[in-house]
Write a protein that binds this ligand. Structure first.
Ligand code: C2E
Ligand code: MG
Ligand code: MG
Ligand code: MG
Length: 283
């Protein structure tokens, strides 16, 4: 009897697994088709100088135009990573974003580009060469490109990732730790990789002024970051109180819905200093 029951349970479990596998395979096939049909798009979220509100860079965020709406990355990045499709998708993101930002820079706008990477992209064959080619084909100077990685990518079995990112850094590309404070990267690792930028995770910013521990931690990260000579970017700024506290802490860069939402390339055009009215321009 017990054996019978156990068997049933295995069956139910297997059926559930089966549906899950089918869903993932369908998603993978959809992704493959979408890549061929050019159904991906980029949105750009401005990163601003918190003192002057000047846009210093844009972060490229990939979108999938699917069923009449833009799907956010969390709905498809996992499948893209598992299937390896993140590699061609990431190459498309890299090429498109470099061309867009190079065009904005051609109208004498000193703006940088920040790109998110998955470990699978970095360890793919010819990753360094692919980035070099995107830079030279678009004319974007290496110093205008920041590559964002998360702490997890640098702690375990990360020798190859660190080596490849270091080669790009030697060319002048900047490195950023995204979602900083949520993982296990040590300060020693930040120095070893010669990171240029840390982006404070939104979970810290959300607690500003409401949670003493998070407020204190944010202040500490800003202080230590500056002591190490890093640029500190606060992510997920949604309300004026957070912005005020960050300014008071000496945090110089920020990103978030309060400042600007991710937008299509056309939207970024309107932020170009030459397209702003003289009044806006003095901000
Ligand atoms: P991330 O790099 O940490 O990007 C910031 C995310 O926070 C974006 O979500 C952005 O839309 C959102 N955000 C910005 N300001 C605010 C705010 O004030 N409040 C809140 N609640 N959210 C805000 P998104 O676009 O859904 O991207 C999610 C993640 O997907 C990114 O997190 C990044 O890790 C990944 N990702 C996006 N594009 C790419 C890509 O081209 N390649 C790779 N490998 N990963 C990407
Ligand atoms: Mg990011
Ligand atoms: Mg982040
Ligand atoms: Mg993230």
């Amino acid at each position: 009897r017990a054996k019978e029951l156990g068997g049933r349970r295995v069956e139910v479990f297997a059926a559930h697994m089966h549906a899950d596998v089918v869903r993932r395979l369908e998603l993978a096939a959809d992704l493959q088709r979408a890549l061929l049909a050019e159904q991906f798009a980029l949105e750009y979220q401005p990163v601003v100088d918190l003192a002057t509100s000047r846009v210093t860079a844009v972060e490229a965020l990939v979108r999938w135009w699917r069923g009449g709406t833009f799907a956010p990355p969390r709905q498809f990045l996992g499948a893209a990573e598992d299937t390896g499709l993140i590699v061609p998708l990431g190459e498309w993101v890299l090429g498109q974003a470099c061309r867009d930002v190079a065009a904005w820079r051609a109208s004498s706008w000193d703006i940088g580009l920040s790109l998110n990477l998955s470990s699978r992209q970095i360890t793919a064959p010819r990753f360094v060469e692919t980035v070099e080619a995107a830079l030279s084909e678009s004319g974007l100077p290496p110093s205008a490109l920041t590559l964002e990685v998360i702490e997890e990518m640098l702690v375990e079995d990360a020798e190859e990732i660190i080596e490849r990112l270091s080669r790009l850094r030697e060319l002048g590309v900047k490195l950023a730790i995204d979602d900083f404070g949520t993982g296990y990267a040590s300060l020693a690792l930040l120095r070893r990789l010669q990171v240029d930028i840390i982006k404070i995770d939104p979970s810290f910013v959300a607690g500003l002024g409401r949670d003493d521990a998070l407020t204190m931690l944010t202040r500490t990260i800003v202080g230590v970051g500056h002591d190490l000579g890093l640029v500190v970017v606060a992510e997920g700024i949604e309300c004026p109180e957070q912005l005020e506290l960050l300014r008071e802490m000496g945090c110089t860069r920020g990103q978030g819905y309060l400042v600007a939402r991710p937008m299509a390339a056309r939207g970024v055009d309107t932020l170009m200093p030459t397209n702003l009215s003289p009044l806006q321009n003095t901000a």
